[in-house]
Design a protein around this ligand. Structure first.
Ligand code: AMP
Ligand code: GLY
Length: 433
């Protein structure tokens, strides 16, 4: 089979790496890909949101299956376009992708189908939003409706902060059209986890639960990022909790969508807060998580192609269960100093081996390859995954690889996985350098 993987991050490197292990796969193209991916797949410089050109490419190259990494092409309707042209593609249609592309849609959907989430209100005018913020209990969470590259969710501690944020979103239009509506919701306390599930709109096969580290600095402080590291499986999710999540969140979501005439096919990612009152949905994503994928896929023994084909062919029920390797995987994201704000790129990377042993792996995100040398090209540069029978061992493996890799401005969190050892809340953690 010939595959096309769309995207350029660590998540797509992990997808290409895993898909390549299938005997069914003959060749993989990746658009646009990155330095690391170019060692496994043929990278073609087409941007992920250039849907027509991607579909033309798939036709011309007789691609048997396309796998979409990021959310933008899904929100723009890449799946609808490919299906119109009778091209097989793994991912939800545009209508289904609204679960991620519109927070208002997602929250109203959860309300309608009684899916546990934080209480909220939707605002379309500045005056109403400001008025509401006079009478609420802080902290609250303000979310812009549309996609905002992970920057559209702001936790505010008091009314002055709320006024400033609402003014920026609704008067100064700092998020453009994405900020035309805002959701304001209660702040939830608890452990945050990521549940990704594969579904064909009927059968639901959850992947192992994982935990991301969203904030830039140790102890979960500082600005939100795309994710600074992840480990899998999370120690907080017992079989009983997973059953509860399945019954009260995953099934009602898929069934609710069907009730709205939406058949969800692909990966559904639920960002959950395990609160004292049970798991609640913080967000839906319509794709694999990044960096969760770099921690989850290395533990998956089943053939990912078989699973994806079962989804596109609407017969996921034929796969009884997923096979997992025992143990833990931990992924430490190495970034460029300054990320998620300003950072510099173009620095040579040293210490990258071609083959890491025992399933440990270095997934590339913001890298490019030139004359067999790698250079930094983004904020999140590498995702270094270690595997072991226990979580400490997986973290040690990851960090020992991290320490061998050098480039100017290397930054990473040294506390990935800390919540697994210090529940419920970190005190006295090391400050970021
Ligand atoms: P979202 O894109 O909606 O997941 O928001 C990004 C991040 O903001 C989440 O991963 C959480 O860490 C945090 N967040 C979002 N909503 C809430 C909430 N209601 N309470 C506490 N934290 C939240
Ligand atoms: N790691 C969070 C996300 O993929 O959205």
């Amino acid at each position: 089979m010939k595959l096309l993987v769309i995207g350029s991050g660590g998540r797509e490197h992990a997808l290409v790496w895993k898909l390549k292990q299938s005997k069914k796969v003959e060749k993989i193209f990746c658009t646009p890909g990155n330095g690391g991916i170019s060692q496994l797949a043929k990278c073609i410089n087409i941007k992920a949101d250039n849907i027509k050109t991607l579909a033309d490419f798939a036709v011309r190259n007789k691609i048997n299956l396309t796998v979409v990494g990021p959310e933008q092409p899904l929100a723009l309707g890449i799946v609808d376009e490919f299906q119109k042209r009778k091209l097989k593609i793994f991912g939800p249609e545009k209508k289904a992708a609204q679960l991620e592309s519109s927070k208002v849609f997602a929250k109203q959907f959860m309300q309608k189908y009684h899916i546990p989430t934080a209480p909220f209100k939707v605002f379309t005018t500045y005056a109403e939003a400001i008025g509401f913020c006079k009478s609420v209990e802080y902290p609250i969470v303000i979310k812009v409706d549309g996609l905002a590259a992970g920057k559209g969710v702001i936790v505010v501690e008091n009314q002055d902060e709320a006024n400033a944020i609402i003014e920026a979103i609704m008067m100064k239009q700092s998020f453009g059209k994405a900020g035309e509506q805002v959701v304001i919701e209660s702040f939830l306390k608890g452990q945050e986890i990521s549940i990704m599930t594969i579904t064909d709109g009927k059968t639901i096969l959850p992947l192992l639960p994982s935990q991301d580290h969203k904030q830039a600095f140790e102890g979960d402080r500082g600005p939100n990022t795309g994710g600074m590291g992840a480990y899998c499986p999370t120690t907080f999710v017992t079989d009983e909790t997973m059953e509860h999540i399945n019954d009260f969140i995953l099934k009602p979501t898929i069934n609710g969508l069907r009730n709205e005439n939406i058949t969800y096919r692909g990966i559904l990612y639920c960002g959950l807060m395990l609160t004292d009152n049970g798991p609640k949905v913080l967000e839906y994503n319509c794709r694999f998580g990044d960096p969760e994928t770099q921690a989850v896929l290395p533990l998956l023994k089943s053939d990912l192609i078989e699973i994806m084909l079962a989804v596109t062919d609407k017969k996921l029920s034929s796969i009884a269960k997923l096979d997992w390797r025992k143990g833990f995987a931990a992924c430490v994201v190495m970034t460029s100093r300054g990320y998620p704000n300003k950072y510099s790129t173009g620095h040579p990377i040293s210490g990258l081996k071609k083959n890491w042993s025992n399933g440990n792996f270095v997934f590339h995100a913001g890298t490019r390859k030139e004359n067999n040398n790698f250079f930094t090209s983004g904020g999140r540069v590498l995702g270094v995954t270690g595997i072991n029978n226990n979580l400490k061992g997986a973290l040690n493996s990851a960090y020992s690889m991290v320490k061998k890799i050098k480039y100017e401005g290397v930054t990473y969190r040294r506390d990935i996985g800390f919540r697994a050892f210090q529940p419920p809340h970190p005190e006295g953690v090391i400050k970021n350098e």
